[in-house]
Unconditional design. Structure first.
Length: 337
């Protein structure tokens, strides 16, 4: 396993470098100007000085190497310093990727927005897994029953209907008509007592359920298909012939083997969930990574868009590796040596 991990990590380095080059090149070619939002009274030479101060007067390869160094070397060192409290090298003279619109370090902007996104996306994905796996297994066990037909209908609707429509419908029902839940997520809210904790739960219900139901629909279909395939295998009939009860057959034999393909879908779905949460954050006004990315795109803030996009690419590579490792843990027949 250690050799396999080492090989995969070595392979991930050139993969991420290639992705970073593509992301940087495509966005660098976009028609954007950091001085476009400045007043028209500013002289052209001042505008040019601002562009050069941002490094836009340098050749493409120089700007790419500097951006990569700032993002891959300087920012991790800043993170280590903040976590350990120990200064590493010359932190004062360390270059950082800065936003064109706010002039603040992009990583600091992401760190400010990340807790909101992690809270909503993380809880919604956990809820989706706890809904999808048992429902999918039981639907397969009760194939063609009323429960299975209702589950199939709900999952097809949940997977087909986009999240922006589901979110809008929930806002109309629970915020406008019933006035039970707040329609806007207050990211400045702090939990200090029981009442504030209950308000935090109320404002998280709709965004969490919108993302959870969409993911649960997809995971539920995969779980049902995998469980159906395993229910007809010889080892399941042998387990029943030995006198094992149905709960033991389902939990010990069927569920474990059914999770092998499902774990891959779950792992690979994490980056997609982060990307899909951009729309949900817009609907409920969650001040997270998605809101930051949309604002950067609208304002032509290329460094912020480049950094956030590359972070999504890193998530895809990392969770591909996680899926492969979990695949071997669940299936003892797989060997990586």
């Amino acid at each position: 396993m250690s050799r396999y991990l080492a090989r995969r990590l070595l392979f991930a380095v050139p993969t991420l470098l290639a992705i970073s080059l593509i992301v940087f090149a495509l966005l660098d070619l976009a028609p954007s100007d950091p001085t476009a939002q400045l007043p028209l009274t500013i002289p052209p030479e001042t505008r040019q000085a601002i562009r050069e101060s941002l490094g836009l007067g340098q050749p493409f390869h120089v700007r790419y190497v500097k951006w990569l160094q700032q993002f891959m070397v300087n920012e991790p060192l800043n993170l280590l310093e903040s976590l350990s409290g120990i200064e590493i090298g010359d932190s004062a003279g360390r270059l950082r990727v800065r936003s064109w619109s706010t002039r603040a370090p992009v990583v600091d902007l992401i760190a400010q927005r990340l807790p909101q996104t992690l809270t909503v996306v993380g809880i919604s994905y956990i809820v989706a897994i706890f809904i999808a796996v048992p429902v999918g297994v039981y639907s397969a066990y009760r194939q063609y029953s009323v429960f299975d037909q209702m589950g199939t209908f709900v999952t097809m609707v949940g997977f087909s209907v986009p999240t922006f429509f589901t979110g809008t419908v929930l806002i109309v029902i629970f915020s406008v008509w019933l006035d039970w839940l707040p329609s806007i997520y207050d990211t400045t809210h702090r939990v200090t007592d029981v009442e504030s904790f209950l308000y935090q739960l109320r404002q998280m219900v709709m965004p969490v359920m919108v993302i959870a139901l969409f993911n649960a629909a997809q995971l539920g279909r995969f779980t049902r298909s995998a469980a159906l395939e395993n229910l007809n295998q010889d080892y399941v009939r042998t387990a029943r012939a030995k006198g094992l009860t149905e709960p033991k057959v389902l939990l010990i034999h069927v569920l474990r083997n059914s999770l092998i393909p499902v774990v891959t879908v779950i792992s690979l779905g994490v980056p997609a969930t982060f990307a899909g949460a951009i729309i949900t954050e817009q609907i409920f006004r969650i001040n997270g990574i998605g809101q930051l990315l949309i604002g950067a795109i609208e304002g032509g803030d290329i460094p912020t868009v480049q950094t956030v996009t590359f972070i999504f690419a890193v998530l895809i590579v990392v969770f591909n590796l996680v899926a492969d490792v979990l695949y071997g843990v669940l299936d003892p027949r797989i060997r990586y040596d």
